[in-house]
Design a protein around this ligand. Structure first.
Ligand code: C2E
Ligand code: CA
Ligand code: CA
Ligand code: CA
Length: 278
């Protein structure tokens, strides 16, 4: 295409132009979203399979823009990562999550844990650990109340920095979870070197767990491996009773999914808490 000189512009189709225009528009909207207070957190409970008790609550980001409506994170987190906007957005998420945990404590009189997703760019930012600590202390929240969910993909690089940051966070007392476990194609050796507390089995493994024998066997093996390593195991994407029953029977510690509750906006989650815990 290089030899074509100026005719190479022909490859820039109207459709692509449309796409990049849309992207630019989205980027400029995203830049203003924080000041316009367009973000909100939805909350999904993570329960003990054996008792049905609430263990922690995952904070899931939503972007509510007047033009675009409610946008799910998969549609804007990649752009936020590329532009670095994920750093101020992520700080907002931590602050909001800590504040929510405090409100729930006032409401129920119990300590309720909160789980927050961390993307690679955020994690590698030199100010990250400091900003997590700051959000905790501003909100007077003990570090053990907070769990950071880090995607397995981030561990692929196997770098010394990654290990250092994880150890630093572990020393601070926050809990660490591997998110999307089983999708990162990483060597499992990281599991013995890094200070994780929890493995979250990706929902793609849970989907067929009661349909296919192999899927069931795989999840059973992951549960057993996690337990041999002293890790808590969570299943995500549990969306029916049969899956829930299977996971309980196989000793999977925690579960999350539409079967128990969809992610709820703050007001609805507060109602959920009242119904289950007051
Ligand atoms: P994730 O961390 O794997 O989050 C679980 C996703 O599964 C959520 O999608 C949740 O709504 C969805 N889910 C929950 N239960 C079920 C179920 O039973 N069946 C199915 N099919 N799906 C279920 P969501 O909220 O669209 O979030 C997508 C991803 O965006 C998250 O995946 C996470 O990686 C990322 N994300 C969300 N919030 C944040 C955030 O505050 N910061 C960062 N960096 N990433 C975030
Ligand atoms: Ca997650
Ligand atoms: Ca720890
Ligand atoms: Ca996942």
């Amino acid at each position: 295409a290089k030899r074509q000189g100026k005719s190479s512009y022909a490859h820039f189709t109207p459709e692509m132009h449309e796409q990049s225009h849309e992207r630019l528009q989205m980027e400029s909207r995203l830049r203003r979203a924080l000041e316009l207070e367009e973000f909100e957190l939805h909350f999904q409970p993570i329960l003990e399979t054996a008792t049905g008790q609430l263990r922690t609550v995952e904070a899931l980001l939503r972007w509510n823009n007047p033009v675009m409506g409610m946008t799910l994170p998969d549609r804007f987190i990649p752009l936020a990562e590329e532009t670095g906007l994920i750093i101020p957005i992520g700080e907002w998420v931590f602050e909001e999550a800590c504040r929510a945990a405090n409100r729930w404590k006032l409401l129920t009189g119990r300590d309720i844990d909160i789980s927050v997703n961390v993307s690679p760019r955020q994690f590698r930012d030199p100010r990250f650990t400091g900003s997590v600590k700051a959000a905790l202390s501003r909100n007077d929240l003990a570090p053990e109340r907070l769990e950071l969910e880090i995607t397995e993909r981030l561990l692929l690089d196997n770098s010394i920095e990654t290990a250092d940051i994880l150890r630093q966070l572990d020393r601070e007392g926050v809990r660490l979870a591997v998110d999307d476990f089983g999708t990162g194609y990483s060597a499992l050796s990281y599991l013995k070197g890094y200070p994780f507390d929890t493995l979250k089995i990706d929902k793609s493994f849970i989907h067929d767990v009661t349909q296919e024998q192999e899927a069931g066997a795989l999840v059973r093996a992951i549960i057993n491996m996690a337990h041999s390593l002293g890790l808590t195991i969570t299943a995500e994407g549990v969306d029916d009773a049969l899956q829930a029953e299977f996971l309980k029977k196989e000793g999977c510690d925690l579960a999350q999914g539409y079967f128990y509750s969809v992610p709820l906006p703050d007001r609805d989650f507060t109602e959920w808490l009242k119904i289950h815990y007051l």
